[in-house]
Each structure stands twice: as C-alpha cells, then as structure tokens.
Design a binder for this molecule. Structure first.
Ligand code: UT7
Length: 326
C-alpha cells in the first residue's frame, strides 16, 4: 500500500492573558452584543513578554513532539506558517529550531496568511511522499495583537494570538492525507493586508502608508471566504470520490461564526460537524486550524479512520482544503 503523510502528534499553546468583549468595550466604541452577534467571538488571548510568536510556536511543538513520542533531534524539517513573527529575518522557524534544539532539521517560514498552516501541511506531504520516513513539524503561530490598530473597531475586536502544531510522517496503513487543493488570487491582495514597517528607502515607501496594521474590507472578505472554502471543499471531495456525509469532522479557519454557518449550509451539512472554538480565541490567522485540530484531537472527536476535512481562507487571497483519513 502507498505511504501517506499522517499526523502523529498535535499541540497548541495560548497566551495566558484573556481579553474579553466586555474589556474591549473600554478600549474602543463597541459592545459585547455587537461582537457576539456579528462574529461569535467572546474572548481572545493576547501575548505578553515571553509569549512572542516563536515562543508560542515552540510551546505548541513541544506538546506535539510529546504526543508523537519523539524528541526534537528526530525532526527533519520545521515549517512555520506566520505573518507576525517577531523578526523579519531570521525566519520564525529558525527561532523555533533553536528553542527546541532540533539540530538535524532545516527550517523555514511559509506566508499564506490565515491559510498558511494548510499550505504547510501540503508542502510537508510532498516531502513525505518522496521520503516517507521524514518527521516534519508544521506549525501555525501568530501574535496578531502586534499588528492591530487598537483604535480600529472594524479589526481589533476580531483577532487573537496563539499557536498550534502537528508532526507528520509516512504511514502505509491507508491513513493520512487523501487529497489537497490550494488556491491563490493575488488580484485581491488589497482587500486584506498588512503593510510592511516604514521603508528605509524613501523611494520605496508606500504612498498610502499609515502604519503596519491589518486592514480589511470585511464584507468582501466574508463573501469570498464562504464561496472559496465551499469550492475547495467540493474539489477535494470530488478528488476522493467522497461526499460530505462521509466526513466525520470539518475544521475550517476560525474567522466568524456566520461564515461557518454559511459554509455548513452551502456544503449541506449540519453545523454540529463543524468544529468551532472561535468564541474562545477569535481569529488567530494561521494558528486557527492547528489550534482547533489539537483541541478536537485531545477531546477525542477523531477516531482512527475517521475522515477529516480541513478548509482555510486568508489574505492574498489564499484558500484551500484537504482530507485526511485519521
Ligand atoms: O481571517 C481572514 C478572513 N477574515 C474574515 O473572514 C473576516 C470576514 N468578515 C467578517 O467577519 C465581517 O464582515 C465583520 C465581522 C468584519 C464585520 O461584520 P459585518 O456584518 O460585515 O459588518 P459591517 O462591516 O457591514 O458593519 C456594520 C456596522 C457598521 O456601522 P454602519 O456603517 O452600519 O453604521 C460598522 O461601522 O457595524 C459597525 N461596526 C461595529 N460596531 C460595533 C463595525 N465594527 C464594529 C464593532 N462594534 N466592533
């Protein structure tokens, strides 16, 4: 039987500080009622010193290693999906490698915004298909709080910090990744973006630069998110000759409860099949799918051979879906 890329360990790490909707009411002109009904979010986590992106990433990785029964020196490769590393260079993945002491691994970052973790899994799968014994650590880690304009109620109430991780290796039992489909459309870059920090080259400064904050055309993003995730999910179902009723659990990017309800409607599946934890953490960008995956895994939502559908959507635009036999 062909070897497939299988997830053998998951982990997550959240900052200790909880920021509630009620507390946000004292920071910007908003209400718990607005945030809850429009987004489903009640709380989010905010990092403090010692909880930088690489530190959260390493915390999640340690849990995943423990579950997989591996030590850091067993790792061959480290992929970190992030848009909020504490450094532009070196990569967050190299900081994680140092933190873990994963001396055998090579390490690099992936930037596909909120879709980054799913892109990372896709990359890892390609390596494992070529070399099934590889042990690859894939992490989604973000400190979105460092890129929020805390005066902009359109965005600052939506995001949170955290990290999730998994370890993949080859397995020839028939379990593992069955199909994956990724997409991007750079023509829509302007609808969801974070400008880079001020340029030291005045000729290359952005004309519209008013801070390296996240900016989003919420309504447009909403529409594309539902349509794109639905199309990507349908594509991987077609590729595997499965239907939505075969799927045990759907773990989508956690941005907004209304997006998830609409996605469930479009896919023709009950909302109970969709894993939801955005009420606790808000939108943690690339960390949202792996944090949810780790929670679902530890809660026992997935039994051996269950079919799992992941779908993602983010800035770029980037989106995609994949199916695992757990
Ligand atoms: O992870 C990447 C993907 N990102 C997403 O998927 C986000 C997608 N978009 C969304 O989730 C939603 O569009 C939002 C939650 C961002 C916004 O919800 P909406 O129902 O689309 O609201 P809106 O932007 O149309 O704004 C409705 C009203 C506006 O007031 P007016 O113009 O109707 O008077 C806003 O100014 O709500 C106002 N508003 C707020 N009011 C209280 C916007 N933000 C807030 C707020 N508190 N925090």
């Amino acid at each position: 039987m062909t070897s497939r890329a299988t997830i053998i360990g998951t982990g997550s790490c959240l900052p200790r500080r909880i920021l509630s909707n009620q507390e946000l009411e004292t920071i910007v002109e908003t209400t718990d009622e607005w945030i809850t009904t429009r987004t489903g979010i009640k709380n989010r986590r905010i990092s403090r010193s010692g909880e930088e992106t690489s530190k959260l990433a390493a915390g999640a990785a340690r849990q995943a290693l423990e579950m997989a029964g591996l030590v850091a020196t067993d790792l061959d490769q480290i992929i970190v999906a992030t848009v909020t590393s504490e450094m532009t260079m070196p990569s967050c993945a190299c900081l994680v490698q140092k933190e873990l002491g994963a001396t055998r691994a090579f390490a690099y970052d992936v930037n596909a915004a909120c879709s980054g973790f799913v892109y990372g899994l896709d990359l890892a799968e390609k390596y494992i298909r070529a070399e099934p014994d590889l042990k690859i650590l894939v992490i989604g880690a973000e400190t979105m709080s460092t890129r929020l304009n805390w005066q902009d109620r359109n965005t600052c109430v939506l995001f949170g910090d955290g990290a999730g991780a998994c370890i993949m290796t080859g397995n020839n039992s028939g379990r593992g990744m069955l199909a994956s489909q990724l997409y991007s459309d750079g023509r829509l870059f302007d609808l969801l973006k974070i400008n880079c920090a001020v340029s030291m080259n005045p000729d290359l400064s952005l004309a519209d630069h008013d801070g390296s904050y996240i900016k989003m055309a919420g309504r447009d993003v909403f529409k594309y998110a539902v349509r794109s995730m639905e199309k990507a999910a349908s594509m991987v179902l077609d590729k595997t000759n499965l239907t939505i009723s075969d799927i045990k659990l759907i773990i989508p990017h956690q941005a907004n409860i209304r997006i998830l309800k609409s996605l469930a409607d479009h896919l023709g599946t009950p909302l109970e099949k969709v894993y939801i934890n955005l009420d606790k953490y808000g939108n943690t960008s690339a960390a949202s799918v792996p944090i949810a995956l780790d929670e679902a895994n530890r809660e026992g939502c997935l039994q051996e051979n269950d079919l799992l559908l992941l779908c993602c959507f983010g800035g770029g635009f980037t989106w995609g879906a994949m199916i695992f036999r757990w």
